[in-house]
Ligand binder design. Structure first.
Ligand SMILES: [Fe+2]
Ligand SMILES: [Fe+2]
Length: 285
C-alpha cells in the first residue's frame, strides 16, 4: 500500500471510525470502593491534569475541524474530538463520584494555528500513551486499585491507542500529499516533534511534582514502586505497546521512533545495572 494514497486514507479513516465503541461514561460499572482504595484513588495527583488535558484536546480538535475539507478526514477527526470530550466527561464523573478534591484550575486557553496545535497534541498523545501503557500495566499487576476500575481505564487506553495509530497515519498522509513525504524528512520531523512533546511533558511533570504529589509520592506510590525500576518500566512500555499495536491492521503505520529509542535505552540501562551488580559482587567477595 502506498502511504499518502487514497487507499491509505480510506484504510486509516475507516478502521478508526469502524472501531468506535458505544458507551456513556456515567453508565460504566463504577465500583463501590472500600476506604483504603478510595483513599488511594483520591491521593493520585493527576486527575485534574488528566481532566484538563482531555477537555483541552476536545477544544483543540473542534478548533481544527473547520480547516479540514476532505469529508472522510473530517468525519474521523470529528469522531476523535467526540472521544476526547467523552474522556473529559469520564474524568469529570470519576472526580465527582469518588469525591476527589480539585483546585478548580481552568484548562489552558487555545492559541496559535489550530492545525499545528492538533499536530503538537498528536505527538504528545503518542508519548503519553507509550508511557501510560507501561505504567498502567505495572499498577494493574500490583493491584494498586480494584480491577473494575482498571477495566474502565483500559477502555480509555484502548481509545488512545486508536488515536495514536490514526495520528501517525494522518500525519504521514498529510506530509506526502503536501510533497514532504520522503521517509528521511518524515523521520526528522518526528524527532523534532517528539522533542517538543517531551519538553511539554517534563513541564507538566515538574508542575505536578511541585504542587500536590508529595503526599502521594511519600505513601501510596510505594505500593507499586517497591519493585519499580527503570528497566521494568521501559520493558513493560515496550511489551504493552507491542501487544496493543498488534491488534491493528498491519498495513497501517504505527509509532516507530519511541519503541526504537526505548529499546536502545533498555540496552543501556541493562548494561549499566549488570555492570553495577558485578562491581558489587567483587566488593562483597
Ligand atoms: Fe483522550
Ligand atoms: Fe486521545
Amino acid at each position: 500500500m502506498k502511504i499518502g494514497s487514497e487507499f491509505h486514507k480510506e484504510l486509516f479513516c475507516r478502521s478508526f471510525i469502524d472501531s468506535y465503541i458505544q458507551y456513556q461514561p456515567e453508565q460504566l460499572p463504577w465500583p463501590k470502593l472500600e476506604a483504603v482504595a478510595l483513599d488511594r484513588l483520591r491521593k493520585i495527583p493527576f486527575w485534574e491534569e488528566a481532566l484538563n488535558t482531555e477537555l483541552a484536546a476536545g477544544a483543540k480538535i473542534n478548533a481544527y475541524l473547520p480547516m479540514i475539507s476532505d469529508p472522510l478526514l473530517y468525519e474521523a477527526v470529528a469522531l476523535q474530538g467526540e472521544e476526547e470530550a467523552r474522556h473529559g466527561r469520564l474524568f469529570q464523573f470519576l472526580i465527582q463520584h469518588y469525591g476527589i478534591e480539585t483546585s478548580g484550575q481552568a484548562p489552558a486557553q487555545l492559541s496559535g494555528n489550530p492545525e499545528q496545535a492538533f499536530i503538537d497534541f498528536g505527538y504528545g498523545e503518542c508519548l503519553d500513551s507509550f508511557l501510560g501503557f507501561g505504567l498502567f500495566k505495572i499498577a494493574r499487576q500490583s493491584d494498586f486499585l480494584p480491577e473494575p476500575l482498571f477495566k474502565i481505564f483500559d477502555l480509555l487506553l484502548q481509545e488512545e491507542a486508536r488515536h495514536i495509530v490514526f495520528f501517525v497515519n494522518w500525519i504521514a498522509y498529510v506530509q506526502v500529499s503536501r510533497g514532504r513525504g520522503a521517509k528521511v524528512l518524515r523521520g526528522l520531523s518526528s524527532v523534532w516533534n517528539y522533542g517538543r512533546a517531551a519538553q511539554r511533558m517534563m513541564g507538566v511533570v515538574g508542575n505536578s511534582a511541585q504542587s500536590n504529589s508529595q503526599d502521594f509520592a511519600a505513601t501510596e506510590a510505594s505500593v507499586f514502586l517497591d519493585n519499580f525500576s527503570l528497566e521494568l518500566l521501559i520493558s513493560e512500555c515496550l511489551m504493552e505497546n507491542a501487544r496493543r499495536m498488534s491488534e491493528f491492521d498491519s498495513r497501517l503505520l504505527q509509532p516507530q521512533l519511541l519503541p526504537v529509542l526505548a529499546k536502545s535505552a533498555l540496552r543501556l540501562v541493562t548494561a549499566f545495572s549488570q555492570h553495577n551488580s558485578r562491581s558489587n559482587e567483587k566488593i562483597a567477595s
